[in-house]
Design a protein around this ligand. Structure first.
Ligand code: ADP
Ligand code: MG
Length: 238
């Protein structure tokens, strides 16, 4: 079970509060998208869920358990970043296997996981290449593959498509939607792109200045934005 619950979650850097008492319930296997302008606290929220950023206050639960003080490596979560963060000196295979090699699992298991993920992502022919010999879209697939090999219950994706050109972004949007259905995992996805949010999400969380403005399905957000900010951001008529 990977339902996720944020209760009055907040984050401050010294006197500066960047995430203000966020309440959010995410269902197991939901595809939820956090949107909002640059600097509104999307990445910070994601990083607190990942355990990469200390929580200043409030409560984070994953699958019912309080996770505030659980180290990142002990959370059943994988994160995909905007800049892919691939290891340049390692092959694609190594990049995908590396996280598992740090665990006590057999070489055969690792190989099966890497081959499975590579097949799903259609990158089997790239396994012996280094990242610099890949296109942007191929690198993105490797980053997804690296997350997949661990079979996490939760995927956190921070603007994973923002470095791709518009055409490839369109392709990858539908690929990631398919991947979500296939993997049976909870996806929390950050973007500042309204089209991504409207086309991919089960529900959208609209953020502004560290506050949640509205949480709803794309259709409801479009039909009934709660304020001018949401209406403007989603592009609905006002
Ligand atoms: P988003 O992902 O929505 O663009 P972020 O979560 O990255 O926004 O940042 C939210 C706010 O927190 C921004 O105003 C940013 O400048 C600030 N911030 C992020 N990291 C730090 C840090 N380490 N120290 C101080 N302020 C930070
Ligand atoms: Mg960000």
């Amino acid at each position: 079970m990977a339902s996720i619950s944020l209760k009055e979650l907040n984050k401050s850097y010294g006197a500066l509060t960047v995430v203000h008492d966020i309440d959010l319930e995410i269902a197991d296997k939901e595809f939820i998208i956090l949107v909002g302008p640059s600097g509104c606290g999307k990445s910070t929220t994601l990083r607190m869920i990942a355990g990469l950023e200390e929580i200043s206050g409030g409560e984070l639960r994953i699958g019912g358990d309080v996770m505030n003080d659980v180290p990142s490596k002990d959370r059943d979560i994988a994160m995909v970043f905007q800049n892919y963060a691939l290891y340049p000196h390692m092959t694609v295979y190594k990049n995908m296997a590396f996280g598992l090699q740090l665990r006590k699992v057999s070489r055969d298991f690792i190989d099966a996981q890497v081959q499975d993920a590579a097949k799903i992502l259609d990158i089997t022919h790239l396994l012996n290449r280094k990242p610099k010999a890949l296109s942007g879209g191929q690198r993105q697939r490797v980053a997804l593959g690296r997350a997949m090999v661990r079979n996490p219950a939760v995927f956190l994706l921070d603007e994973p498509l923002s470095n791709l050109d518009a055409k490839l972004r369109g392709t990858m949007r539908s690929e990631i939607t398919k991947l979500h259905k296939r993997l049976n995992a909870t996806f929390i996805y950050v973007t500042h792109d309204q089209v991504e949010a409207m086309t991919m999400a089960d529900r959208i969380v609209v953020m502004k200045d560290g506050h949640i403005q509205q949480v709803d399905t794309p259709q409801k957000l479009y039909d009934h934005p709660v304020n001018m900010f949401v209406a403007g951001f989603i592009g609905a008529p006002q």
